[in-house]
Design a protein around this ligand. Structure first.
Ligand code: ADP
Ligand code: ZN
Length: 738
């Protein structure tokens, strides 16, 4: 019986096709092998994602050929993909596809080769060259241009005009040789960084490094949780740990949250380690991504840095994985397979016997509890480098402010005064508001009607530059209506309610007309280099006030920022999610950490309507442990993480009744197979009850062990008959319950 291989073809069709494995290839072919297959009348390339015993399709065609001897996915990465499929209840094909970036998967992505022209021995014979010059002036010029060393042909052409004929002639006469060389495409070409030397460590840094080195040097390393306040010098510890690993001949992976993969972060690594750093970033062009990935695969880069998918970097002889800001929710992929890169990193480290460092100023409750139970080793750094003070945090009660002023201002008088003072002293300010747009809703003052998205259960956000309403869920847009949409009302007056970054920018310009203000959110950061440009201008002192969304909350290190203002701390607090408190605490701590990183003391002002909320108070007093005690008590009662694992099943469809009914049937079926210790809730409407025109219902499961949920779940999924009009998804260890 011949085997059947499932192949993903390079046509971005996003599905797999079955092919017979010819006996000649049967031994050589592996999962991950690249192949040529017949597709319609054409031959296309693709790669094998799995083998199956039989196919439901008749008349399968055989695979034509195998390309290359070695598959691109190595065994270890493939096994990691299998683990992901199993743990996160996702199709294995999808998991395998996830571990190989599309820029590498597609055979259309290739190395770029250029012709390099260099002089031969003969070209140093002055007499021969002089004779040549008299007859062929252009050829003489080419020789001059090559005097300093080999030059790629395209560059010669750019400099001298059409010279390929001249080059060919020179080659024939023996003056030059033309060889081909792989040209590395890189996004940061032309951007040079100055090398840095290791700093002399502070005592807390030194003991943290020691702990990590021990972990690296043992055969069975423990995960190290590096719990260090903002500005305690975690990055310097990573750098020196990496140095240790490189000296042992091993490689490293550094994961950073997408949003903090800034040029500044990359530069810190490049300036210490130079070209051995490969950056795996989705912002790169596909050619750049292809080349960077292969540099890791071939071993010419020994440090791979990138967002969550970099955990799959094909690094061989891996000695260390660093997960910076391990508490970050962007490590969780919000589409199948819904993996958490931090947890995958711990798993990969365990399987490959390599050390893992999880760093944070506000560790996730899960990691912290692992450290408490002795599963992870803990390195704590409670002080800033050079004993710089932590910035003081002032809470402004916006309820009182509103009473005093008889209206709600964007800037409280405290925040106004503080910014004013910074402008006078030419110090810098960062203002944070996690909401883009101008106003979060358009409300009719007579009848209270709100402009809502037709497809989603949210109000439309007003964007001033385009004078349009936009849905931040589905992206639908429309012009601002002339009058209230309610047919019984039709009042032409509209009130903007709820503030976004555009509105704050407006207010700032009016209040401080001379100040240089820059806004940084996904509406202004539309070009590839806008981020670097604004940050460079801020660093160079050409900007006084930098205003932005979470883009500016993470990782930025600007010594002359002495004031950080949070416009509305309540936004994340009132999210209908059990992690709302944790998130608010983390966000405030991170944002506050941007202040006072230089010689000047920093100050943080937080505007809120709920000044006594424990998360806000804990952030003010830097009381992680106090926050933890409260939060853990509530989590324990409800069996939420870290006291249990949580799985969220979402059902969606255009017919609400059908979605709900399917949810009820599914829940019943599942309940029959569950152990009594597993709690099952729902179906209930999701907090985001409707999106993209589909109603959404959730089932929430909680249990001490994931397997207690996923094993019976897989059983039920195997033969549950889903109506065509209902889509479903499973989210294991869900990070957000929207
Ligand atoms: P964190 O990542 O913990 O917020 P950073 O690694 O960004 O902290 O360090 C904060 C600042 O302190 C950086 O400007 C860094 O260059 C500097 N720094 C770190 N370690 C030392 C040290 N041992 N001596 C002097 N400066 C240091
Ligand atoms: Zn919408």
């Amino acid at each position: 019986m011949s085997r059947v291989a499932r192949v993903v073809v390079d046509l971005s069709l996003d599905r797999e096709f079955d092919y017979l494995v010819p006996s000649a290839l049967s031994d050589a072919l592996q999962v991950g092998s690249r192949v040529e297959v017949p597709f319609g009348r054409r031959t296309v390339s693709g790669y094998v994602v799995s083998f199956v015993e039989a196919s439901s399709f008749p008349n399968l065609k055989p695979i034509k050929a195998m390309i290359g001897k070695k598959p691109l996915v190595e065994e270890n990465i493939l096994n990691l993909a299998r683990w992901i499929a199993d743990y996160y209840v996702a199709p294995v094909e999808l998991a395998v596809r996830t571990v190989l970036p599309s820029a590498v998967r597609q055979t259309s992505a290739r190395f770029k080769e250029v012709n390099i022209v260099s002089l031969t021995e003969q070209a140093s014979d002055l007499e021969q060259v002089a004779a040549l010059r008299r007859k062929a002036a252009v050829q003489g010029k080419v020789i001059d241009a090559l005097a300093a060393g080999p030059v790629p042909l395209p560059e010669l052409t750019a400099k001298l005009g059409a010279v390929s004929a001249a080059v060919r002639a020179l080659e024939r006469k023996g003056f030059v040789t033309v060889g081909s060389r792989v040209l590395r495409r890189r996004a940061d070409a032309g951007h040079e960084v100055l090398p840095t030397q290791p700093l002399e460590l502070m005592p807390e840094q030194a003991s943290a490094l020691e702990l990590i080195r021990q972990s690296v040097d043992t055969g069975d390393p423990k995960v190290v949780l590096l719990f260090g306040v903002t500005g305690s010098g975690k990055t310097e510890v990573y750098l020196q740990a990496i140095d240790h690993v490189l000296k042992k001949g091993q490689g490293c992976i550094v994961l950073v949250p997408e949003i903090s993969l800034t040029p500044q972060t990359v530069d810190r690594f490049r300036s210490r380690f130079g070209d051995t750093v490969a950056v795996l970033h989705s912002e790169l062009s596909s050619g750049e991504r292809h080349d960077e990935w292969h540099r890791v695969h071939e071993g010419s880069a020994r440090i791979a840095i990138g967002p969550r998918s970099a955990v799959f970097a094909p690094m061989k002889n891996l000695g260390l994985i660093v997960v910076d800001e391990e508490h970050e929710h962007s490590y969780k992929q919000e589409e199948a397979p819904r993996y958490n890169a931090r947890d995958v990193a711990v798993m990969r480290g365990h399987r490959e016997g390599c050390a893992v460092v999880l760093g944070s100023a506000t560790p996730s409750l899960e990691s912290h509890s692992n450290a408490q139970r002795g599963k992870y080793a803990l390195a704590r750094m409670a002080h800033r480098v050079d004993h710089r003070q932590m910035p003081g945090m002032r809470i402004v009660d916006m309820r009182q402010e509103m009473e005093k002023e008889r209206r709600l201002n964007v800037l409280s008088s405290d925040l106004y005064e503080a910014i004013r003072a910074r402008l006078d002293r030419t110090e810098q300010t960062i203002l944070f508001l996690n909401r883009r747009g101008f106003a979060t809703s358009l409300v009719c003052p007579s009848c209270g009607a709100v402009a809502r998205c037709e497809n989603c259960s949210v109000s439309m956000t007003y964007h001033k530059p385009t004078h349009r309403l936009l849905c931040h869920i589905c992206g639908a847009g429309q012009p601002v209506p002339d009058c209230c949409p309610n047919p019984d009302c039709r009042d032409p007056a509209f009130k903007y309610s709820g503030i976004g970054t555009q509105r704050v920018e407006d207010v700032l310009h009016k209040t401080f007309p001379k100040a240089r203000i820059e806004r940084m959110d996904s509406d202004t950061m539309t070009k590839k280099d806008s981020y670097r440009k604004v940050l460079n201008a801020f660093r160079g002192g050409q900007i006084d006030i930098l205003l932005g969304t979470q883009m500016i909350a993470k990782g930025l290190d600007f010594p002359s920022v002495t004031l950080v203002g949070v416009i509305a701390a309540d936004l994340s607090l009132h999210m209908p999610d059990f992690r709302a408190g944790e998130r608010t605490f983390q966000l405030l701590t991170q944002v506050a950490g941007r202040a006072g990183r230089g010689d000047l003391v920093g100050e943080v002002i937080v505007q809120t309507f709920t000044p006594f909320h424990p998360a806000i108070q804990a952030a003010r007093t830097l009381d992680y442990d106090g926050f933890l005690d409260q939060e853990l008590e509530y989590r324990r009662e409800l069996g939420y993480p870290p006291y249990g694992h949580l799985v969220c099943i979402t059902l969606r469809g255009a017919q609400e009744e059908l979605v709900k009914l399917t949810g009820t049937t599914f829940a019943k079926r599942l309940q029959e197979k569950l152990d009594p210790s597993v709690r099952l809730g729902g179906p209930t409407p999701a907090p985001l009850a409707k999106a993209h025109g589909e109603f959404r219902y959730q089932l929430i499961l909680r249990a001490p062990q994931t397997k207690q949920i996923t094993a019976p779940l897989k059983d039920v999924l195997r033969d549950f008959k889903w109506p065509d009009a209902v889509a479903w998804s499973v989210d294991v260890d869900a990070s957000s319950l929207m």
